[in-house]
Every structure is written in C-alpha cells, then in structure tokens.
Design a binder for this molecule. Structure first.
Ligand SMILES: [Zn+2]
Length: 316
C-alpha cells in the first residue's frame, strides 16, 4: 500500500500487510498525517482488511515515514508494535527530549563542524512528532510473531542503528536499507562522534544481505525489484568509490579541513550552494560518516585539540 509522505520528494512509503491466523501484520505504517492515514485506510479497504483486525506492526526503523502511524494503528486495533532494540532506545531518547534541547543539540553540532554563517534556526528542520514507544523489541535472527509465517528479523544497521530487514521465504522486506534506484542516507550525529561507524556498519549490512542470495526485494520506497543481493553489492561499490574520492580530496588539499569545508567540496545531487540549509546539514552528516569510516580504516586522521574538528590525510 503506497502511503503518501506529504511535502517530501520521496513521495510515499510502501506499507505491506502479511496475513496470519491472528490477523494481518504490517511492515511499517507510514507518516503520521491525516492524508497518510486516509491512504492507509483505503489500502486496507481495497485488500478487504479491517484496521481493527491488525495483529501487529513491525517497524523497519524509527524514522517518521515508517514508524509515524504505528501508534494510530495500535490505538484502533490494539496491535503490538515491534522494532529493533537499538531503535527503540532512540525512540525513548527522542520522547524524552524537549524541543529546545533538540535545537541546542543541533546548533552545537553544526558549530563544531565549522558551519559558520549558517542560520541554525533554518537548518534545524521542524521536528516531527516522536514515534510511539514499541511494545516489543527485536534482535538479529528473531522470528517475528506472525503465526505460521516464519518471518525472520535481520539486523542491518547503517541507515539507523537498529534498522531491520525481514525475510519471508524467498522475499526480503528491505525497509530503506536497499532501494532499487536511490541509496539511503547514512550519516553520523553528532558529526564528530568517534564511538560509532555507521557507514562501516552499513557496508557490512549490505554484505549480510548479499549473502541471503537473489531474493525478491520489497523495499519501503520506489518499487519491488528482483535480486536484492546484486543491488546491495552495487550500493557498496558506490560508497567505496565515494570513500576513495574523499581520501584523494584530503590528500590533494594538504590542509586540515573542517567537516563543513569537506562536505562543500564533495559531489551532491545539486550544487552545494543550491542545497537548502537543512539538506546541507544532512550532507555534512553523510560527509562525516565517510570521514569516520576512513579514519576507522586508518586512511586519514583527525587533528587533535582543534575546534571545530578537522581532518587531514595521513602523510600531510
Ligand atoms: Zn524511509
């Protein structure tokens, strides 16, 4: 069921329903908006499903275009909501954070990245309502409670720390992890963290999916496509090329550069100056994730004791 994401170029989230003797179980639920709820309700009607009969909602990751409507489905049906424990922890954190704390966190993160002259109030997107707290958490390899179907959770961190793909026989629900044409956003927040490596995780998760073989992919955006493994390796190749280009850029610069300076030198789908402040913030997150992976691999270094943080090639 395509569920619209109002005002977002992605267009829609694909919500799937799996039949079971206890009632249908949804994979994702869509954005929390009246138009989205109407589309979801129409989708149910077309399938002959009564929303009140929904038995559970498995959320691939905590982002609002996936988890947003899960709470409303639960209210109507009493369904359980399940997500990976790492994303459930983020939901707890989000629900406990006041709007001004959220804004201060973002402002400080942008400052430490060297984002001078950026209007933080514009760069900080309006915060969506935090998703509903799940009733159940999942881990890698868990069989999800869809009676008689053997739906298995596969932990694929990268796009979020707790992203899940779900395997049903020869099909794989891929959430945002593997999409047929675009690649998901992989960022690091705050930008200067050194305790995680989301892009490194993402590349490993792509291999993990490729090992599942040529399954049919049922993604959360765009369209259903064959051979998820081939597409996963293609996306991995794309990031390896980007890592290589970035390492070369730092070598040729010689100078230590801020995350912001580096992001502005990288190639995006639009010129840097044409990106909105919010998109520049996301681009910096993506640049930072690539820098962190190169650092973790020992290919570049972080200059110690400078604020804003700077990176340079090993030999400069
Ligand atoms: Zn999404």
């Amino acid at each position: 069921m395509p569920v619209p994401i109002p005002g977002n170029p992605l267009g829609y989230t694909l919500v799937y329903a799996i039949e079971s003797p206890r009632g249908p179980v949804l994979i994702d639920a869509g954005w929390n908006h009246p138009d989205a709820w109407e589309a979801l309700s129409d989708g149910f009607a077309a399938l002959g499903i009564d929303v009140a009969d929904v038995y559970g909602v498995v959320v691939t990751h905590f982002h609002p275009d996936h988890a947003g409507l899960a709470g409303q489905v639960r209210e109507v049906s009493g369904a359980w909501i399940a997500m990976h424990e790492a994303d459930a922890a983020i939901v707890t954190l989000m629900r406990g954070l006041a709007d001004d704390e959220h804004r201060d966190f973002q402002a400080e993160m942008l400052r430490r990245a060297g984002a001078e002259g950026l209007d933080v109030s514009v760069a900080v997107a309006e915060r969506p309502v935090p998703p509903a707290q799940p009733d159940r958490t999942l881990r890698d390899g868990d069989i999800v409670d869809v009676p008689g179907r053997g739906l298995r959770a596969i932990h694929t961190p990268g796009h979020t720390p707790g992203h899940l793909c779900l395997r049903l026989e020869d099909r794989l629900f891929t959430g945002d992890h593997v999409l047929p044409d675009i690649t998901p956003h992989v960022g690091i927040y705050p930008y200067d963290r050194t305790d995680v490596d989301p892009l490194g995780d993402f590349l490993k998760s792509l291999e993990k999916v490729a090992e599942q073989g040529p399954l049919t992919a049922l993604p959360a955006h765009e369209w259903i496509f064959p051979d998820v493994g081939a597409r996963a390796l293609q996306i991995r190749h794309h990031h390896e090329e980007r890592l290589h280009t970035l390492a070369t850029l730092l070598t040729s610069s010689g100078e230590p550069l801020t995350i912001w300076e580096i992001a502005a030198m990288m190639t995006w789908n639009r010129a840097w100056d044409d990106l909105s402040p919010m998109l520049r913030g996301l681009a910096a997150g993506e640049a930072a994730a690539h820098l962190r992976t190169l650092e973790a691999r020992g290919e570049i270094r972080r200059v110690s004791g400078v604020d804003p943080v700077r990176f340079q090639a090993l030999d400069s």
